[in-house]
Design a protein around this ligand. Structure first.
Ligand SMILES: NC(=O)c1ccc[n+]([C@@H]2O[C@H](COP(=O)([O-])OP(=O)(O)OC[C@H]3O[C@@H](n4cnc5c(N)ncnc54)[C@H](O)[C@@H]3O)[C@@H](O)[C@H]2O)c1
Length: 251
């Protein structure tokens, strides 16, 4: 496919996992792609790397301006940088709450704010936010993370309404558990990594983890000019975790 031919995309958190797979897929489909990340050093060509911290407004503005200048504009913003948090409301202090909301929610606001003037000049402008099944299902031990992704879901809808008449579409993807370095770190930290992985796989009706490439495919679908009538939606990429209720196997 070459539906992104001639388009320019910026992917935050594009040095790893879902962001990396998305940046590579958009480039394979014809886009020129900039990656904004804390550490973009390992980003392979033809991707362009820009160092920035989404919690630092000045660094975001600088990186977005540099990317837009180098690419000659921006058509697609993928707001994907994010961090995890575990525990109930009793387990994280205020500082951790502010930190995770700053990265996962306000980080998307900062990049969108910096990118919107460029997106307004595009004939095919789209923003895709990486949300999570944690926004739509109650998961144990994820109070702070879920609150951050619930905010991303609502932010996606509000932004879609604000910018629809400017020709800028805003959607999000809701992945289940995805086999990325992030989940690898979670498994490594578990008392029994094999049992933890099996529990995560069993939670998804498809019986396996989602791949980063599968989430990238959904992000590209929403960002593509061929989805020009799609805005204000959340696309689940979760092996059926949110929508399906199976009976026990064999019964
Ligand atoms: N892996 C999953 O199971 C899963 C499920 C649902 C949603 N998500 C979401 O997908 C997104 C990507 O997750 P992943 O699994 O690919 O993680 P990852 O850890 O593999 O990649 C995240 C990237 O974001 C970058 N990043 C983190 N903080 C940043 C900051 N302050 N400024 C700039 N860049 C920063 C990291 O350097 C890293 O390159 C996150 O928003 C996450 O919440 C992941």
């Amino acid at each position: 496919m070459s539906d992104f031919e001639g388009l320019r995309a910026l992917v935050t958190g594009g040095a790893s996992g879902i962001g990396r797979a998305t940046a590579e897929l958009l480039a394979a489909r014809g886009a020129r792609v900039a990656v904004l990340d804390l550490d973009p050093a390992g980003v392979p060509e033809p991707l362009l790397g820009y160092a920035a911290d989404v919690t630092d407004d000045e660094s975001v503005r600088r990186a977005v301006a540099a990317a837009a200048a180098d690419l000659g504009g921006l058509d697609v913003l993928v707001n994907n940088a994010g961090i995890g948090a575990q525990g109930t409301v009793e387990d994280n202090d205020d500082e951790t709450w502010h930190r995770v909301l700053d990265v996962n929610v306000v980080g998307m606001v900062r990049t969108a704010r910096a990118a919107l003037p460029h997106l307004r000049r595009s004939a095919h402008a789209a923003i895709v936010n990486t949300c999570s099944v944690a926004a739509t299902a109650g998961l144990p031990q994820r109070a702070l993370y879920s609150a951050s992704k619930g905010a991303v879901l609502s932010l996606t809808l509000a932004m879609a309404a604000d910018h629809v008449r400017e020709g800028i579409r805003v959607n999000c993807v809701n992945p289940g558990t995805v086999d990325t370095p992030w989940v690898g770190r979670l498994l490594d930290a578990a008392a029994d990594p094999a049992a933890e992985r099996a529990a995560l796989e069993a939670r998804q009706p498809a019986g396996r983890l989602v791949s980063a490439a599968e989430v990238a495919g959904a992000i590209a679908h929403l960002a593509s000019p061929s989805s020009g009538a799609t805005t204000g939606t959340a696309l689940a990429v979760d092996g059926g975790m949110q929508g399906l209720r199976l009976r026990p196997a064999g019964r």
